[in-house]
Design a protein around this ligand. Sequence first.
Ligand SMILES: [Zn+2]
Length: 614
Amino acid sequence: MQTSSPAEATAAPPLRERSEIPDSFKWNLSHIFPDWDAWQRTYDVLDKKITDYATLEGTLSLGPEKLLAALLLADEIGRLEYLVWYYATLKYDEDQRDNEINARRQQVQILVAKGGQATAWFNPELLRIPLATVQQWMAGNAELAVYRFAIEELYRQQEHVLDAKGEHLLSLATRFSTSPNEAYAALSTADVKHPTVRLSTGADVTVTYGQYRAILATNRNQADRATAFKALHGLFAGTINTYASLYNAVLQRDWFHAQARGYTSTLQAALHGNNIPEEVVTNLIETTKAGTGPLRRYHRLRKKVLGLETYHVYDTTIPLVEFDRKYSYDETLARLPESFAVLGPEYGRYLAEAISGGWIDVYESPGKRSGAYSAPVYSVHPYMLLNHNDTLDAAFTVAHEMGHSMHTVLSHAHQPFVYAGYTIFVAEVPSTLAEALFLQHMLSRATDERERSCLLQHAIDGIVSTFYTQVMFADYELQAHRLVEAGKPVTAEALGDIYFGLLKAYHGEAYDYDDLARVTWARIPHFYSTPYYVYQYATCFASSAQLMKQIVGTSPADREDAIARYLALLKSGGSDHPMAQLKQAGVDLGKPETVRAVVDQLDALVTQLEKEIS
Ligand SMILES: [Zn+2]
């Protein structure tokens, strides 16, 4: 997940061929394998182990040693899969035009699928043994006891699994369960005819979503921004009943699955996997709605600074200050140790290792994968892919991905393989916290008031886009699903009413409203592809804001305690339910005060920005 914002950037470093980029700016995949021959040898070992695993079928009930043997072999397979998969994938991402490497990547996909089939017998076979028996086994076997949480989790997940006949029936529904999203993608992407508009400069622009974002973020002529807004949303308005019908299919499918599995609501069904109480989402929504004061103040400030008569949804991303300082990769990297110093020596040691070379692929080159990520290569180290272009956004991306990588490295170092991975519910906590620490450092070092204003706007836009907007989206999803749960009709009118109502509830008198904004819901891909997903961006953000408050804002003793609890969270990997992990770290997402930490953070940033700009 990227915080904020417009993709358009002045491409500072010229595009070079990969071979022309010095090795010090490239990751070193020989840390995984020296060459493809070594990769192939491990691939063959993995293949053999997968075959071996199938022979264990039917042995689990013979006792704790047999169960342990199966678990250990599964871990061994998992470990090798990391190496074989990531070597091929990271090589492929260096240049996606390389067909030979792509073929190898697909070769791993096929093997991993084979592994999935070869291990599929395990869960049903284990679940036929009473939990009490397995618990007895674990009590008498320390090595087996390591797997307690994973095993008990399997039994808990079982609560909503149907009998074989029921599961078979549901599996038959899988194909058409995905069709609303496929039809949405076809309608909004493959079949779409993007309109062309003429801007005030006389230039003709085809309004794709990317162009729309670019115009909103860079075009200082309000009429041009309005033109782009009307063109893009007019497109959705023209086929809004089709979008409503597809979204209704998503809602009906979710309610069908929830009821089939014995849940009382679609929200409950969505949260059961991570064992999250429904109050987390309702508290998030209610507390955020009650905390829109600073959001409105920010938009009023923008309207004033931009000198606008009226202020619309398309006026919300244009920069307040023009400032084009470059942030080179070397400078950004050099700032990280000081930014994260508060997190202590162990964090510092891993950070130094990450910076020292071979972990990060920095610059864009022809064929390289776009965007940024951190890849957790177990038993080696995380690798980070960047496309650094010397902008402020790019500098924050380095901090963000480093936050992910330090989480990975600490989790891998302190957890057994079975818990080395963490859930998405906690994943964006360390990355957003790293950004917050980086911001604090950058603000303390900025000598130019325009730079400080830019930094503040960057931070505020991050809160608006990853917190307020996502909570509003979560609220929309919840209300839409409730229409279906209550047996009410789902029409374009009803969906537009929900969305427009929310837009007004959040922004009040700070916006001037365009009727066309009613259709905005129709273009949000997450609503169709992954319902009840986006709230996790907001809960991560709230957790990170609450932690930041404790880490930097209290007495030295409390601070030390908060840092220790935070590091314990990073080291805990996936060894518990995410809510329990966060609670250990001092974050209770069921409480309004946790969510209010973001509201307070925004309030402080807006106050600071008001001062800088005046
Ligand atoms: Zn992220």
